[in-house]
Each structure stands twice: as structure tokens, then as C-alpha cells.
Design a protein. Sequence first.
Lengths: 435, 147
Amino acid sequence: MYCGLPDQLPSCLLDLNWDQTMDTAGHFESALSSIAPSSQPSGSPASAHGVAFHKLIGGSQSIGNSSDGTWPRSHHVGVRLNSLPKPNPSVLGHIRHLQPEATGGVAVSTRLDQFCSFGGPNYGHPAPQFGLLDTLQMELPLRLNVNNGELMNAREESSLSDPTTRGGSSGGAARSNSKKRKAPPTDKVNGGAILATSAMDPPKVAKEEDSDAKRRRSMVKNRDENDAVKPKAEQNDGCSSNGNAAEATEPPKDYIHVRARRGQATDSHSLAERVRREKISQRMKLLQDLVPGCNKVTGKAVMLDEIIIYVQSLQRQVEFLSMKLATVNPHLDFNNLSNLLPKDVHQTCGAMPNSVYSLEASGVTPPYINQPSLHCILPNGMEIDRSADLLGSTLHQNVNTHQPLLAGFANSPSQLGNFWEDGLQNVSQMDIGHN
Amino acid sequence: MDSKSSACSSPNPNPTLGPSKLMLAFRFLRALSLVRRTTPASSRTCRGRRIERAAYASMAYTAGASRAWSRAVLRRLHHRARRRAVAPRRLSTTAGNRAEALRRLVPGGGGMDYCTLLEETADYIKCLSMQVELMQGIVDSASSYGP
């Protein structure tokens, strides 16, 4: 089961530590997906303005207001083109291509420890490397590199500039600790459309490093790790994206990407193990919510004990109550029947003052029974079987309500004409027959 | 009885919603009325056991075929109709492996990995507590109404 990571980010997004799912991720994805086909350098007009580089970091600050040309957020980073040493025309072309969509609401985070580095062997053109800039203005739309899954953090930015590692961030594990930030290289970067910024401010760098220090270190999941998780089929996809098993949001891929933490092993086995452990801890949290009184319990062993005890107690309760039901004479009337569904009870209509049926509290609590449904007002002293019939008739009557949301549910009694539904009677009859 | 095949093929009417109290009440009350009608009032234990089986069956049907534990419950009910206990209780060996103890408690827990076991346990707990709530409500209303 997927760990539920936000995987809506487009593959082109190279950012590393998305804190939250981008609510504009959809836009982002659609916007950036257009980059993928346009990965070929087009003869777009080289804008004199160059590319504004936005560091995409966790956060949901939309840059939809970029249309007015200014970035009100102080944390936006951009690169002034005039500061770029060698704006790559092809890169600019991409930017230009992206512009219409990028303003559609690309989320820009405010974290400074991440930057969007552009790389990608799919881009046949080199590009200067982007550095982290902190400008308030974005002169050009966000330029996002279509990366095939390389995620770099600030620390590895320097590694991007390393031409030897340009082919991939596979050496990310080794470079993750590097704090060097090199000057933006020239077009040696062979596949990275990374715009370098010479206007990088050292204080910004320092700030980025500091914020980095506070955050979870991540290493780029190298290709080997990728392969470990899934076949390499996606490697060639220029727009491949990463998903993060942790809280950081990364460009989604088709398969689960796990980011190795700092100081942790990055081989495939330990990563898969980590994924599994996180899954297990997620489920333990779920169970903690279900089992009452387990909030303070820490530790898996104690938690498991509590779960076992709780399940046992529930089963014993069922047995006890069934014995009790055998002896008691359940003389239910309609009033009491409504009490059987304690929560989510709505008053249906005037004709049925006591009929309050509603669906389970899974969000489906529409007052769907707003019809003068039951014409028969049941007298008091109804037996269980009549109450059961009442429930059944109520359910069947809900079929007539054209509530699409409930259509599936309300039809269930009638739809389940198969064994699954009638099996209940079969079981009861079978019990009677065998016992 | 092709319980498994039909059970697996029938879609859960509530794929996204959780198990429904209403459906559970409907099924359980129906089964309960059936049991009350067909078993003599003298044999309380026999009736009690049948009601317990009906409770588990209605729970399993309400949970749907998508859950491993519900399938296991129905399998057990259909194939072991002669046995009395639906959910055999065993002492949890806290000294031993807790996961094993949990596997014995949750129906169908023997054949799944730990991760799935936890998931199934969560759903099982949800349905069990719903069932207990329902039965408690019936008992309360019945006892409060009685003369």
C-alpha cells in the first residue's frame, strides 16, 4: 500500500522537501507536464530576460499571483536573468513555454533549504546551474527542470555543478554532506538545465544551510535505489517524478520513492525495510486511535498487548450480549429502534417522528430521507422482526431517492441478491439446520 | 457453497465508506428475528450461540468481501457449521510472540504479513465495536421497554 505520500507533483519538479501536498500541484503537474514533450530545445526566441528560477520548497504559497509580475513573498527565490552568465536560449525557450501555465498557480514553498535544480539527461542542452536566490521578483516564470528523478538538496547543489556527476545524481549519497556551493558552472553541465546564479547571496546560502541543518537531511535517491524499488523502466522518462515515503513531497513517480535519510544506508534492502517500517507505524497509529486509552502508550509491544486485550474483550462482549439477547425479550418499538443508531440520526420527516436513519459517520450523512417515506406509522410494541422489516423497507425506499451518493449504498440490499447478501439468511438457516 | 467466489466477486457497496451501522443493524436484526423464530425458547445457550454466529455473520457481510477477516469469518461459518465457537478465544501469550496472538484473534490472520495484519485488525476492531454497540443498544432498549 502506498504510504499515502503526496504524489501529485509533476515529475519535472525537482524540489526536495515539500512539506505539504501542493494544493496547486494539479496545476503544477499539468503545467509541467507540458515541459516533457517540449524537452527538446526549441528555437524559441531567446528572451533577453532569462529565466527566473524559483526555488520550490515545501509550502503552499501559490505563485498564481505571479501574473502581476511580482512575488510578494519574501522567500521566493528567483534569478534575474541579467545576472545569469549565460542564459541558455533553449532553456529560456522552455521557460517561455512554461510561462502561460506556470502562472497558473505553481506552489512555491518558503523553505530555503531546497532549491530547484534543473538537471536531466533528457535535456540535450547544457544549462548553467541554478543557485539559490532570494529575490522578490520573478521576471520570468518558473523554470522547472524535467528531471528523471534526481532530487538535490541545497547541499548537493554544488554537486550539480560538478560536471562529473552531471550524468546523474547517483553520487548523491556521497555528496550529500558536501556543503560547498560552487559558482555556477558554465554550460558544461550536460543535461541539466540548471541555471546558475551568480547573484547568489552568501547570506542566503548561509540561511539555506542553517535551515538545512534543522531539517531532515535527505540524500538523493540514486538510480540504484530507484531500481531497487521498481524497475528501471521509468528512468528514461524525462518527466519521471519521485514520490517520497516521508513527509517531504517530491515529484511523483509511478512507484514509491524513498528518500534515504542522512546517515542511513541507501541500499535497496534497507530502503524497502524503511518503507515497511513506516507503513507499520502508520497502521499502529491507526490502531492507537481505535483502541481507547492507548494515547499514552508508547512502544509497539505495549501497544500490541493493548490491541490484543481489546480485541479479546470485544469478542467476549459479543458473546455475552448474544447470550443476553437470547434470553431477553426485545420488545422494540420504533422509538427504541432509532436509538440503536446513536449518532448521525436525523429527523426524517413529520410522518415519522421517530424515524431517524442515517448512514454511518463516514461523511455520508445527508438528510436523504426527506421524503414522506413511510406511510405506515408503526405502532409501539413492534417486535424485532418488524423492526428489521422496517429497516429493510426504509432502505428499499431509499432506492427511490435519486441521490447518486447513496445510490450505491441504498441499492445494496436489493443489489446484493447474490450470496453475499442472502448469505446472512443462509447462515442463519444453516445454523438452525445444523444445530 | 462457493462462498469465496461469490463473496469475492460481489462488490462492496461502500467501497470508500466504512462499514455502515445501518446495514449492520438491518442484517443483524433480520438474523436475530430469524433465530428467535426458529429456535425454541427453552434452549437459551443454543440460541445464544446462534445469535453470536449471526452477529459475526452480519458483521462480516457488512464489512464486505474486500476484507480478509470477513472472508475468513464466513469461511469459518460455512465450513464449520457444526462447531460452536465462532471466534475461539485463546490466551494471548504475552511471553511469546504477540503477533502470533493477534493472528489467532483476528480471523484469517494466519496467512497474512504483519502489515496487512495490522490493517485487518483495525477494520476488525471497527466492526466489532459497531456490533457490540448495536447489540448493547438492542439489549438496552429491550430491557428498558419491558413491562
